[in-house]
Design a protein around this ligand. Sequence first.
Ligand SMILES: O=C(CO)COP(=O)(O)O
Length: 134
Amino acid sequence: MNIALIAHDRKKDDLIQFATAYKPILSKHNLFATGTTGQRVIDETGLAVHRFQSGPLGGDQQIGAMIAQNNMDMIIFFRDPLTAQPHEPDVTALIRLCDVYQIPLATNMGTAEVLLKGLEKGLVDWRLLNERRK
Ligand SMILES: O=C(CO)COP(=O)(O)O
C-alpha cells in the first residue's frame, strides 16, 4: 500500500509519536510525505519515506496528483485546526480528492489508529481489488 504522512507544524510532534508507535505496521508499506514532515519522519523514526515538496510549496498537490492517478491508498494528515495556513486551498483540494476517489483519510490520531489497525487486519484490501489500479 502507498501511504502518505502529512502534518502541519504544530502537529508534527504528534505525527512523529504516531509513526514511532506504529513503525512495525508502517514499515511494511511504501511511505510518502510532504517535505518537512518526511524529513522529520526519516530522521526521528528511521522509516524510509519518499519526500515531496513542502506543503506550502506544492507538496499537498503532488500527493493529490498521486490520488488522481490512482497511486495512493491512504492519507494520514494531521491538520492544525487552530492555525490558518497560507496554502489552505491546497489542503482543501487534497481532502476533496480523498472524497472523490474514496481514499481513506485520517485527520487526527484517533482515526489514524483505527485505519492502521484496520490495514493490518486486511480491512483495506478493497483498494487492491480496484481494477483501475496499476
Ligand atoms: O503544509 C503541510 C501540509 O499542508 C505540510 O508540509 P510540510 O511537511 O512540508 O511541513
